[in-house]
Write a protein that binds this ligand. Sequence first.
Ligand code: RP5
Length: 171
Amino acid sequence: MSTPSSSDTLNQPLIGVVMGSSSDWDTMQHAVQILTQFGVAHEARVVSAHRMPDDLFAYAEQAGPRGLQAIIAGAGGAAHLPGMLAAKTTVPVLGVPVASRHLQGVDSLHSIVQMPKGIPVATFAIGTAGAANAALFAVSLLALHNPELATKLQAFRTDQTEAARAMTLPV
Ligand code: RP5
């Protein structure tokens, strides 16, 4: 299994993938895999809200000027990373609750989804499905203004439909 680099940039990144710890990578790599599959320029880094608060603020402040179109932020436990990023930038923040050791990610989910009115974080499912879906959602946003990406997204959906139709049961 590969590990996240401090700056895994393909061209000029359009999507930032950040996480609170390298221990989140097992989950967040599923977002990176989708972005790679669709050929979307992205970066992946650890930005811990409580251990690197100044870095978090700098990342959020620079996100817009650097051309990021969305930030996918994954964290576990008292998962304040997505909300604090959203507080410091108007670039859309897509939050991924990472499964925690003691509360299995319900704590992460509640921390991310229960943003007070005024600062939204789009919140996805706990774990790998949430990470992958956050990336697919980011692809959807980019596809609004990118016909080539829209075609790829439609093909992805068609493949899924065909795979489901081809499913068989043991009886
Ligand atoms: C959060 O604390 C991270 O997002 C991670 O999910 C959790 C545990 O971090 P580590 O103790 O594994 O570094 O900040």
